[in-house]
Design a protein around this ligand. Structure first.
Ligand code: ADP
Ligand code: MG
Length: 273
Protein backbone atom coordinates (compact mmCIF):
# COMPACT_ATOMS: atom_id res chain seq x y z
CA UNK A 1 0.00 0.00 0.00
CA UNK A 2 1.13 3.53 -0.79
CA UNK A 3 -0.66 6.42 0.85
CA UNK A 4 -0.24 10.01 -0.28
CA UNK A 5 -1.53 13.08 1.59
CA UNK A 6 -2.23 16.02 -0.71
CA UNK A 7 -1.52 19.09 1.37
CA UNK A 8 -1.35 22.85 1.57
CA UNK A 9 -2.87 24.97 4.32
CA UNK A 10 -4.03 27.43 1.68
CA UNK A 11 -7.35 26.88 -0.09
CA UNK A 12 -7.91 27.08 -3.82
CA UNK A 13 -4.43 25.95 -4.85
CA UNK A 14 -5.59 22.68 -6.45
CA UNK A 15 -5.33 19.96 -3.80
CA UNK A 16 -8.69 18.49 -4.77
CA UNK A 17 -8.06 18.85 -8.49
CA UNK A 18 -4.73 17.05 -8.17
CA UNK A 19 -6.35 14.37 -5.99
CA UNK A 20 -9.00 13.77 -8.65
CA UNK A 21 -6.49 13.92 -11.51
CA UNK A 22 -4.29 11.31 -9.83
CA UNK A 23 -7.38 9.20 -9.07
CA UNK A 24 -8.30 9.34 -12.75
CA UNK A 25 -4.80 8.23 -13.76
CA UNK A 26 -4.87 5.41 -11.22
CA UNK A 27 -8.26 4.26 -12.54
CA UNK A 28 -6.82 4.15 -16.06
CA UNK A 29 -3.90 2.11 -14.80
CA UNK A 30 -6.37 -0.30 -13.18
CA UNK A 31 -4.98 0.51 -9.78
CA UNK A 32 -7.47 -0.01 -6.97
CA UNK A 33 -7.59 3.32 -5.19
CA UNK A 34 -9.21 4.71 -2.09
CA UNK A 35 -9.73 8.46 -1.92
CA UNK A 36 -10.14 9.86 1.58
CA UNK A 37 -11.86 13.23 1.58
CA UNK A 38 -10.78 15.02 4.75
CA UNK A 39 -12.04 18.43 3.67
CA UNK A 40 -15.42 19.38 5.19
CA UNK A 41 -16.16 21.19 1.92
CA UNK A 42 -16.38 17.77 0.30
CA UNK A 43 -15.24 18.76 -3.18
CA UNK A 44 -13.44 15.47 -3.81
CA UNK A 45 -16.57 13.60 -2.75
CA UNK A 46 -18.78 15.47 -5.22
CA UNK A 47 -16.04 15.33 -7.87
CA UNK A 48 -16.33 11.56 -7.55
CA UNK A 49 -20.07 11.77 -8.09
CA UNK A 50 -21.19 11.20 -4.50
CA UNK A 51 -23.69 13.87 -3.47
CA UNK A 52 -25.39 12.52 -0.36
CA UNK A 53 -23.06 10.09 1.34
CA UNK A 54 -24.67 8.02 4.08
CA UNK A 55 -21.35 7.37 5.79
CA UNK A 56 -17.91 8.85 5.60
CA UNK A 57 -14.47 9.35 7.02
CA UNK A 58 -15.92 11.10 10.08
CA UNK A 59 -17.00 7.66 11.33
CA UNK A 60 -13.37 6.59 11.80
CA UNK A 61 -12.35 9.90 13.36
CA UNK A 62 -14.98 10.36 16.07
CA UNK A 63 -13.64 7.39 17.95
CA UNK A 64 -10.81 4.90 17.50
CA UNK A 65 -11.89 2.44 14.80
CA UNK A 66 -9.03 0.04 14.15
CA UNK A 67 -9.05 -1.10 10.51
CA UNK A 68 -12.39 0.61 9.96
CA UNK A 69 -11.75 2.62 6.80
CA UNK A 70 -13.30 0.07 4.42
CA UNK A 71 -16.50 0.03 6.45
CA UNK A 72 -17.01 3.75 5.90
CA UNK A 73 -16.05 3.78 2.21
CA UNK A 74 -18.14 3.34 -0.89
CA UNK A 75 -17.63 2.98 -4.61
CA UNK A 76 -17.54 6.32 -6.39
CA UNK A 77 -19.95 7.16 -9.18
CA UNK A 78 -17.43 7.63 -11.94
CA UNK A 79 -18.49 5.87 -15.14
CA UNK A 80 -17.47 2.25 -15.30
CA UNK A 81 -15.60 2.65 -18.61
CA UNK A 82 -12.93 4.81 -16.95
CA UNK A 83 -11.04 1.80 -15.60
CA UNK A 84 -10.82 0.66 -12.01
CA UNK A 85 -13.40 2.88 -10.29
CA UNK A 86 -11.99 4.51 -7.14
CA UNK A 87 -13.68 4.14 -3.78
CA UNK A 88 -14.15 7.05 -1.45
CA UNK A 89 -14.27 7.60 2.28
CA UNK A 90 -16.54 10.59 1.85
CA UNK A 91 -16.64 13.95 3.51
CA UNK A 92 -19.92 14.55 5.30
CA UNK A 93 -21.18 17.85 6.82
CA UNK A 94 -20.38 16.70 10.39
CA UNK A 95 -16.64 16.56 9.55
CA UNK A 96 -16.29 20.26 10.38
CA UNK A 97 -17.66 19.81 13.91
CA UNK A 98 -15.52 16.72 14.41
CA UNK A 99 -12.21 18.60 14.23
CA UNK A 100 -12.59 20.72 17.40
CA UNK A 101 -13.79 17.63 19.27
CA UNK A 102 -10.61 15.76 18.33
CA UNK A 103 -8.62 18.43 20.13
CA UNK A 104 -10.31 17.56 23.43
CA UNK A 105 -9.00 13.96 23.57
CA UNK A 106 -6.46 13.94 26.42
CA UNK A 107 -4.64 11.00 24.81
CA UNK A 108 -4.31 12.82 21.50
CA UNK A 109 -6.42 12.05 18.43
CA UNK A 110 -3.77 12.56 15.78
CA UNK A 111 -3.55 8.90 14.76
CA UNK A 112 -7.22 8.00 14.27
CA UNK A 113 -7.00 7.92 10.48
CA UNK A 114 -3.81 5.90 10.66
CA UNK A 115 -5.48 3.35 12.96
CA UNK A 116 -8.42 3.02 10.58
CA UNK A 117 -6.03 2.13 7.75
CA UNK A 118 -4.42 -0.74 9.68
CA UNK A 119 -4.66 -4.01 7.71
CA UNK A 120 -6.02 -2.10 4.73
CA UNK A 121 -5.13 -3.58 1.36
CA UNK A 122 -5.59 -0.68 -1.03
CA UNK A 123 -2.61 -0.46 -3.40
CA UNK A 124 -3.09 3.31 -3.44
CA UNK A 125 -4.67 5.67 -0.91
CA UNK A 126 -4.91 9.39 -1.63
CA UNK A 127 -5.96 11.78 1.14
CA UNK A 128 -7.36 15.14 0.06
CA UNK A 129 -6.69 17.51 2.95
CA UNK A 130 -8.53 20.62 4.10
CA UNK A 131 -6.93 24.07 3.78
CA UNK A 132 -5.61 24.24 7.34
CA UNK A 133 -2.95 22.80 9.59
CA UNK A 134 -5.50 21.52 12.09
CA UNK A 135 -6.08 18.02 13.39
CA UNK A 136 -7.63 16.74 10.16
CA UNK A 137 -4.48 17.52 8.18
CA UNK A 138 -2.37 16.26 11.08
CA UNK A 139 -4.30 12.96 10.96
CA UNK A 140 -3.52 12.71 7.25
CA UNK A 141 0.18 13.30 7.91
CA UNK A 142 0.24 10.68 10.66
CA UNK A 143 -1.38 8.17 8.29
CA UNK A 144 0.40 8.80 4.99
CA UNK A 145 3.63 7.37 3.61
CA UNK A 146 4.28 10.56 1.71
CA UNK A 147 3.07 14.13 1.43
CA UNK A 148 2.60 15.91 -1.85
CA UNK A 149 2.55 19.69 -1.45
CA UNK A 150 0.40 21.34 -4.09
CA UNK A 151 0.80 25.05 -4.69
CA UNK A 152 -0.17 27.68 -7.19
CA UNK A 153 2.53 29.92 -8.65
CA UNK A 154 1.34 32.95 -6.70
CA UNK A 155 2.46 35.62 -4.26
CA UNK A 156 3.47 34.18 -0.88
CA UNK A 157 3.43 30.63 -2.24
CA UNK A 158 7.09 30.18 -1.25
CA UNK A 159 6.27 31.14 2.35
CA UNK A 160 3.18 28.94 2.39
CA UNK A 161 5.13 25.91 1.18
CA UNK A 162 7.85 26.60 3.78
CA UNK A 163 5.27 26.48 6.56
CA UNK A 164 3.81 23.26 5.20
CA UNK A 165 7.22 21.62 5.00
CA UNK A 166 8.00 22.64 8.58
CA UNK A 167 4.79 20.97 9.71
CA UNK A 168 5.61 17.78 7.78
CA UNK A 169 9.08 17.72 9.34
CA UNK A 170 7.59 18.07 12.83
CA UNK A 171 5.37 15.05 12.19
CA UNK A 172 8.36 13.08 10.84
CA UNK A 173 10.09 13.68 14.17
CA UNK A 174 7.09 12.36 16.08
CA UNK A 175 6.58 9.23 13.96
CA UNK A 176 8.55 6.14 14.74
CA UNK A 177 9.03 5.44 10.99
CA UNK A 178 10.03 9.08 10.29
CA UNK A 179 7.32 9.41 7.65
CA UNK A 180 5.73 10.97 5.71
CA UNK A 181 8.46 11.56 3.18
CA UNK A 182 8.09 14.72 1.14
CA UNK A 183 7.13 13.46 -2.30
CA UNK A 184 7.70 16.91 -3.70
CA UNK A 185 6.03 20.14 -4.67
CA UNK A 186 3.59 20.13 -7.56
CA UNK A 187 3.01 23.58 -8.99
CA UNK A 188 -0.57 23.60 -10.23
CA UNK A 189 -2.51 25.96 -12.47
CA UNK A 190 0.63 27.19 -14.14
CA UNK A 191 -0.38 29.55 -16.93
CA UNK A 192 1.43 31.67 -19.44
CA UNK A 193 1.48 34.97 -17.55
CA UNK A 194 4.67 36.69 -16.51
CA UNK A 195 3.47 36.59 -12.92
CA UNK A 196 3.08 32.78 -13.06
CA UNK A 197 6.57 32.40 -14.52
CA UNK A 198 8.02 34.68 -11.87
CA UNK A 199 6.49 32.81 -8.91
CA UNK A 200 7.21 29.45 -10.50
CA UNK A 201 10.87 30.44 -10.80
CA UNK A 202 10.87 31.55 -7.15
CA UNK A 203 9.49 28.16 -6.09
CA UNK A 204 12.06 26.33 -8.22
CA UNK A 205 14.83 28.40 -6.72
CA UNK A 206 13.65 27.86 -3.14
CA UNK A 207 12.90 24.14 -3.45
CA UNK A 208 15.02 22.76 -6.25
CA UNK A 209 15.26 19.38 -4.48
CA UNK A 210 11.48 18.98 -4.30
CA UNK A 211 10.50 19.83 -7.87
CA UNK A 212 7.86 17.71 -9.60
CA UNK A 213 6.31 18.15 -13.05
CA UNK A 214 3.95 21.10 -13.35
CA UNK A 215 0.22 20.89 -13.82
CA UNK A 216 -0.81 23.61 -16.23
CA UNK A 217 -3.86 25.84 -16.13
CA UNK A 218 -6.49 24.17 -18.30
CA UNK A 219 -10.24 24.62 -18.22
CA UNK A 220 -10.61 20.86 -18.79
CA UNK A 221 -9.30 20.28 -15.23
CA UNK A 222 -12.03 22.46 -13.73
CA UNK A 223 -14.67 20.98 -16.04
CA UNK A 224 -13.88 17.42 -15.06
CA UNK A 225 -14.42 18.23 -11.35
CA UNK A 226 -17.55 20.24 -12.03
CA UNK A 227 -19.05 17.40 -14.11
CA UNK A 228 -18.00 14.75 -11.57
CA UNK A 229 -16.03 13.00 -14.31
CA UNK A 230 -12.47 11.71 -14.43
CA UNK A 231 -10.25 13.94 -16.57
CA UNK A 232 -9.45 10.90 -18.72
CA UNK A 233 -13.17 10.62 -19.50
CA UNK A 234 -13.44 14.04 -21.14
CA UNK A 235 -12.37 12.62 -24.49
CA UNK A 236 -11.36 15.18 -27.08
CA UNK A 237 -12.22 18.21 -24.99
CA UNK A 238 -9.45 20.78 -25.51
CA UNK A 239 -6.63 20.27 -23.04
CA UNK A 240 -8.08 17.08 -21.52
CA UNK A 241 -5.53 14.78 -23.14
CA UNK A 242 -2.64 17.00 -22.14
CA UNK A 243 -3.89 17.35 -18.56
CA UNK A 244 -4.43 13.59 -18.35
CA UNK A 245 -0.85 13.03 -19.53
CA UNK A 246 0.44 15.39 -16.83
CA UNK A 247 -1.41 13.53 -14.10
CA UNK A 248 -0.24 10.18 -15.53
CA UNK A 249 3.34 11.35 -15.41
CA UNK A 250 2.99 12.74 -11.89
CA UNK A 251 1.46 9.50 -10.64
CA UNK A 252 4.20 7.44 -12.27
CA UNK A 253 6.82 9.51 -10.49
CA UNK A 254 5.02 9.30 -7.15
CA UNK A 255 4.83 5.54 -7.41
CA UNK A 256 8.51 5.28 -8.20
CA UNK A 257 10.85 5.61 -5.28
CA UNK A 258 13.73 7.23 -7.00
CA UNK A 259 12.63 9.57 -9.72
CA UNK A 260 15.03 11.99 -11.31
CA UNK A 261 14.71 15.66 -10.45
CA UNK A 262 15.56 16.46 -14.04
CA UNK A 263 12.22 15.11 -15.16
CA UNK A 264 10.60 18.28 -13.88
CA UNK A 265 11.69 20.01 -17.10
CA UNK A 266 9.53 17.77 -19.26
CA UNK A 267 8.16 19.82 -22.16
CA UNK A 268 4.45 19.97 -22.70
CA UNK A 269 3.18 23.20 -24.10
CA UNK A 270 -0.05 22.17 -25.86
CA UNK A 271 -3.49 23.23 -24.80
CA UNK A 272 -2.85 25.22 -21.68
CA UNK A 273 -3.99 28.76 -21.11
N1 ADP B 1 -4.85 22.91 -13.36
C1 ADP B 1 -5.99 23.60 -13.25
N2 ADP B 1 -6.49 24.24 -14.34
C2 ADP B 1 -7.66 24.96 -14.24
N3 ADP B 1 -8.37 25.12 -13.12
C3 ADP B 1 -7.91 24.51 -12.00
C4 ADP B 1 -6.72 23.73 -12.01
N4 ADP B 1 -6.51 23.27 -10.76
C5 ADP B 1 -7.54 23.73 -10.00
N5 ADP B 1 -8.39 24.48 -10.75
C6 ADP B 1 -9.60 25.17 -10.26
O1 ADP B 1 -9.23 26.03 -9.18
C7 ADP B 1 -10.18 26.01 -8.14
C8 ADP B 1 -9.52 25.53 -6.83
O2 ADP B 1 -9.04 24.22 -7.01
P1 ADP B 1 -9.21 23.10 -5.89
O3 ADP B 1 -8.67 21.84 -6.46
O4 ADP B 1 -10.62 23.08 -5.38
O5 ADP B 1 -8.26 23.67 -4.76
P2 ADP B 1 -8.10 23.24 -3.22
O6 ADP B 1 -8.56 21.84 -3.10
O7 ADP B 1 -6.66 23.41 -2.90
O8 ADP B 1 -8.97 24.18 -2.44
C9 ADP B 1 -11.29 25.08 -8.60
O9 ADP B 1 -12.31 25.85 -9.17
C10 ADP B 1 -10.61 24.22 -9.66
O10 ADP B 1 -11.53 23.76 -10.63
MG1 MG C 1 -10.05 21.03 -1.84
Amino acid sequence: MVSIAIVNQKGGVGKTSVTLGLASSAARKDLETLIIDLDPQGNATTGLGIYEPSKGVVNVLEDEFFGGIDKVSERSNWPSDCGQIPHVAASTPDLSVCEPRLATDPLGAQNRLSLSLENSNWPLVIVDCPPSLGLLTVNALFAADMALVVTEPGAWSVDGVARMIQTIEKIQMRRIDSKPSIAGIAVNRLGRTRDDSYWNAKLEEAYSEFQLPKIHLRTAVAEASAQSLPIHGLGNRSGALEASAEFDYLLTLLLEDDYSENNSDKEDSDGYL
